[in-house]
Design a protein. Structure first.
Length: 172
């Protein structure tokens, strides 16, 4: 029979069968005996509170896109200056117009921007990202925007979980 690994919570090992605290904490003799048998004490792990926070690792699923945006930023730095876009004072329409110009050129068959030699879709993405970065605080801070999206996402996850449970449960 396979021995289950103990569950570690802070300094305490939880019972691997029940996932609960043991009836008693190990004595010094218990710890000494475990060490004598070559068992290592459980490692301490830092507590994390990530509930409700976005899973930022998702952006790592887009390495080519991230590289393209970085190249476009580099080109912009040579043409203007480092992080020039953060100075703002351009109309939102200017970012939308630039995005649409790049998409239109791409749809017409011109794959790469003639000046930067980078893909038109990347420029369209950069313009939308910048538009959001400069205005996103209004969306993220509005109850109708970000919070509503999180609530909807949580509801969708719960519905999916319930549907999966129903699917996995054999009919009697």
């Amino acid at each position: 029979m396979d021995k289950k690994e103990p569950i570690v919570l802070g300094n305490t090992m939880l019972d691997p069968e029940t996932g609960k605290l043991p009836d008693r904490l190990p004595s010094v003799q218990d710890v000494f005996d475990r060490l004598h048998r070559g068992e290592k004490p459980p490692e301490k792990k830092a507590l994390r509170s990530n509930s409700g926070k976005p899973l930022m690792h998702y952006i790592l699923h887009y390495p080519r896109t991230i590289e393209l945006i970085a190249r476009i930023l580099e080109c912009g730095e040579h043409k203007y200056e480092y992080m020039n876009w953060k100075l703002g004072n351009n109309s939102d329409a200017s970012y939308v117009d630039a995005c649409l110009r790049h998409l239109t050129k791409w749809m017409a068959g011109e794959e790469f921007d003639l000046e930067y030699k980078t893909h038109h879709i990347g420029h369209a993405i950069w313009n939308l990202m910048t538009l959001f970065e400069l205005n996103g605080h209004e969306i993220l801070e509005s109850k109708e925007g970000f919070d509503a999206a999180i609530v909807k996402l949580d509801k969708m996850k719960e519905e999916k979980r319930l549907a999966q449970e129903q699917h996995d449960t054999p009919e009697r």
